[in-house]
Design a binder for this molecule. Structure first.
Ligand code: NAD
Ligand code: ZN
Length: 360
């Protein structure tokens, strides 16, 4: 057995208002390369007070990106990279301010600024040839763990798969939960549940170990406080907790693995373009025979926050669509291996997975 040996984020600052330290944090890097920074900011913040708090300098370039039409694509990254290199050359660094989508764009861009050709050719593990530029992640919605993961998930022409290597990991993250106060309740729920599901899947599988469990158990405990506790709901205190839960959930799965829900979720994203966290929720509610305890808690959380997930979706799906999703899910063998065991192929077929989709 090969034990996982991973790099961590270089520096982390945590605390309400810590975003104000951004300028001071990046100052020592301002002399690198062509002496300017790229800011990638969620378009939600255009015209909001955060736009005036970026601390950007006149030479910097700020991009506001709308993440709602689709998840980040390889084509989008290549275009951005080409445009930036053609206008001002190599920047000192890239700062991503937003959710999982924006952080993935910042991570991928940092790498692709230093690696030639289309990013699609680097989708996979350790395919990137050279380290990227300095990059900073500032999450504004908590849950995906993208702030700490070694992958920048991109949808390419052939597959949805990350640029995964040591250099993907942020050099610096700024965890300021004040920035998450404006997240609407439905997105707060779906993205937060990504963390909860990461921890359940990390725990309930063969790669679970004391190290991943320690992070995962703490993260689950925080999720229970936030979504089921006496003071459940969005509040400054719970926003702090969710930001930490997200980080710990990400670390838990990094040292273990995700499982059945994420495999199905990738199918929903690839075939119907469903967003990662929402797709997880669509799938997870029906997985009680794999994760009985986790699904029961999840359903209680749904009720408590009046979140209504659609039912009977599969009635409107064609057999061909269901088969296509099942193939996407089946082709994530590391997830099935973890969730079901090394003999998973004896227990799970394309048909088994099709039937899971038919429950939705
Ligand atoms: P997101 O970045 O897609 O944003 C979700 C929504 O929340 C958007 O509408 C956005 O505008 C809005 N939003 C963000 N911050 C806000 C704020 N402070 N106030 C109001 N609205 C705000 O969301 P996400 O769920 O964090 O990320 C999903 C993406 O992350 C997917 O593309 C998925 O593939 C990726 N992902 C990556 C990893 C990884 O390890 N790299 C892990 C899981 C998911
Ligand atoms: Zn996830």
């Amino acid at each position: 057995m090969i034990h996982k040996n991973f790099k961590s984020i270089e520096k982390t600052v945590f605390g309400r208002g810590s975003f104000n330290q951004l300028d001071e944090i990046i100052a020592p890097k301002r002399n690198d390369n062509n002496k300017y920074f790229i800011f990638i900011v969620d378009n939600y913040f255009k015209g909001k007070s955060l736009e005036n708090r970026l601390q950007n300098k006149p030479e910097d370039i700020v991009y506001f990106i709308d993440v709602d039409p689709h998840e980040p694509t390889t084509e989008q990254i290549d275009q951005l990279r080409d445009e930036i290199l053609a206008t001002k050359g190599l920047p000192s660094g890239v700062i991503g301010i937003g959710g999982g989508s924006i952080m993935d764009i910042a991570k991928a861009l940092s790498l692709m600024l230093c690696n030639e050709g289309p990013s699609q050719q680097y989708q996979g593990l350790n395919l990137i040839q050279k380290p990227g530029v300095y990059h900073v992640g500032v999450p504004t919605i908590s849950g995906t763990g993208a702030e700490c993961s070694m992958t920048a998930v991109l949808t390419g022409p052939e597959k949805k798969l990350g640029l995964k290597c040591e250099w993907t990991i942020f050099d610096q993250i700024i965890l300021d939960s004040e920035l998450t106060a404006s997240v609407p309740v439905d997105k707060w729920f779906y993205t937060g549940m990504d963390t909860f599901i990461h921890c359940i899947e990390s725990r309930d599988g063969i790669l679970n170990n004391a190290y991943s469990m320690a992070y995962g158990e703490q993260s689950i405990k925080l999720c229970r406080d936030i979504y089921l506790g006496e003071n459940a709901g969005q509040s400054p205190e719970n926003d702090d907790k969710l930001m930490v839960a997200s980080l710990m959930g990400g670390l838990s799965l990094t040292y273990s693995e995700v499982g059945v829900c994420h495999a199905l979720s990738y199918g929903l994203s690839k075939i119907f373009g469903e967003k990662h966290c929402y797709a997880n929720c669509l799938a997870f509610q029906h997985l009680d025979d794999y994760y009985p305890e986790g699904v029961a808690e999840f359903n209680t959380m749904l009720k408590k926050h009046n979140i209504n997930l659609p039912q009977g979706l599969s009635k409107n799906w064609t057999d061909a669509e269901i088969t296509a999703m099942a193939h996407v899910a089946y082709n994530l063998p590391h997830m099935w291996n973890h969730a079901i065991g090394t003999d998973w192929k004896d227990k799970v077929s394309i048909e088994t997975i099709e039937n899971l989709f038919r429950r939705m």
